[in-house]
Design a protein around this ligand. Structure first.
Ligand SMILES: Cc1cc2nc3c(=O)[nH]c(=O)nc-3n(C[C@H](O)[C@H](O)[C@H](O)COP(=O)(O)OP(=O)(O)OC[C@H]3O[C@@H](n4cnc5c(N)ncnc54)[C@H](O)[C@@H]3O)c2cc1C
Length: 402
């Protein structure tokens, strides 16, 4: 398809809202129509939720237009792992039939996705993972354990990386599978976070069978699909372009407005400096992400996505620490209802300051720790000497582990 203008794509979004009024239909019907109109992922091919555009920058225009028309759905709340990471992986690695089967229910939220990478002995060093998959006729049999699996308890599909050749060095003997989470032998157990909620889980595989046509990419080449997932994860976590003043900075401004008159003059001027600095930092990050999105072509992002992930994770923590400091003793009270629930999705709005203070502790761990982001930026963007890697060329089976 030829490139279209901003005005033309706005018209397409308006037409969608007229044809399928969001206040008259449910989430699945509206999002299904959005997908069918090619306004789900504008850079994807026609028929697969897109318009075949060269880059995804006009998706921002569509999203803003729909938000303005009162459409309440947000990709990250509906299916964060599916839409943020699963969709580009499906587009890159799945068969045509699988693309048609998987992308629409992923976008509508009828089928939630999870990411089965981390294990008790393999997090930052995910290539060291131990879950094993063995071919048996035209099926693979999987045994092992994953951990910290966000939303596994509500997921239909899991992106699973497992070891298929232990005699190869660690990066070469892994394969990437699409796992139906309803398969016999998949057991999901909740893990409660500091917030009290169990967004994530442990997942155990006991002789789980996966058909051979659910291998994404080549057998033994799972690392490359895993990297595609991780690069997209970093952009999904840290590459957002919210409206000016929205996101964590809005919470800080709200606390500041509510509390500033209660502070003594010296404390007030110290916090005023801090709040202004955060406002500028948040705006600089927002504009940087915006520029990165404008410059991005279709296809998968590279290591530079780690900039936004690193900056936003660390800034979120500092912003919520400041919210709690400004609130004083009141900041120590947790909102009523610290119950150990298992949420259906990720929380994105509400009076969340104290909740967000606790939740933001995970920001510098999930999707790769800040230390790992700095390693990636140092090595793959700045070209600095690499981290020490003694096991890179040794067969995985010969590397000592607990
Ligand atoms: C809220 C949340 C949700 C998550 N969701 C998922 C999910 O859905 N799916 C999934 O697969 N995983 C998920 N994770 C797991 C996450 O990806 C890992 O926790 C993360 O990659 C770190 O791995 P680890 O916990 O094993 O820590 P480790 O790798 O053991 O790291 C421990 C410490 O050592 C540091 N370190 C390790 N290696 C190096 C190095 N080479 N150089 C410098 N420092 C280093 C780390 O930065 C860290 O401070 C989630 C985690 C959280 C907190």
């Amino acid at each position: 398809m030829a490139e279209i203008t901003e005005a033309e794509i706005k018209d397409l979004a308006k037409k969608l809202v007229e044809e399928v009024p969001p206040d008259k239909v449910d989430q699945f019907e509206f999002r299904g129509a959005q997908f069918d109109h090619g306004l789900a992922f504008v850079q994807f091919p026609e028929g697969l939720g897109g318009l075949g555009l060269e880059s995804r920058k006009l998706q921002t225009v569509v999203d803003a237009e729909l938000r303005g028309a009162g459409v309440p759905y947000h990709d990250l709340a509906i299916n964060p792992i599916g839409i943020g990471m699963g969709a580009p992986v499906v587009l890159t690695y799945a068969s045509d039939e699988q693309k048609e089967r998987l992308l629409r229910p992923m976008f509508t939220g009828e089928e939630i996705w999870c990411q089965l990478f981390s294990e008790p002995g393999a997090g930052s060093d995910v290539a060291g993972l131990s879950s094993r998959a063995v071919l048996d006729g035209d099926e693979w049999i999987v045994n092992g354990q994953k951990v910290w699996t966000t939303l596994a308890h509500v997921s239909k599909w899991g992106m699973l990386v497992a070891r298929t050749d232990p005699d190869q060095p660690k990066h070469k003997g892994m394969t990437y599978f699409l796992l139906d989470m309803e398969s016999p032998g998949v057991e999901v157990r909740p893990l409660h976070q500091i917030t009290g909620e169990a967004e994530f889980n442990e997942v155990f595989f006991n002789d789980v069978r996966i058909p051979n046509d659910r291998v994404f990419g080549d057998v033994g080449a799972g690392w490359s699909a895993a990297v595609t997932t991780l690069m997209n994860e970093r952009v999904a976590l840290g590459g957002g372009v919210p409206k000016k003043g929205v996101g964590p900075i809005r919470d800080l401004m709200q606390v500041w407005e509510e509390k500033k008159e209660t502070l003594d003059p010296v404390t007030r001027s110290v916090f005023r400096d801090k709040v202004s600095r955060f406002w500028m930092e948040a705006e600089a990050l927002r504009l940087t992400n915006w520029r990165a999105r404008e410059a991005s072509k279709s296809g998968n992002p590279g290591p530079e996505g780690s900039v936004g992930k690193l900056m936003s994770a660390e800034m979120n923590q500092r912003i919520y620490e400041t919210c709690v400091e400004i609130a004083g003793a009141e900041g120590l009270l947790y909102e009523a209802g610290y119950d150990r629930k298992r949420p259906e999705g990720l929380r994105t709005e509400g009076d969340l300051t104290r909740y967000s203070f606790l939740r933001s502790r995970a920001n510098t761990i999930e999707g790769g720790t800040s230390e790992i982001m700095r390693n990636i930026l140092g090595e793959r963007v700045l070209g600095l000497p690499g981290d020490v890697r003694v096991d890179k060329d040794v067969s995985w089976a010969d590397v000592p582990r607990n």
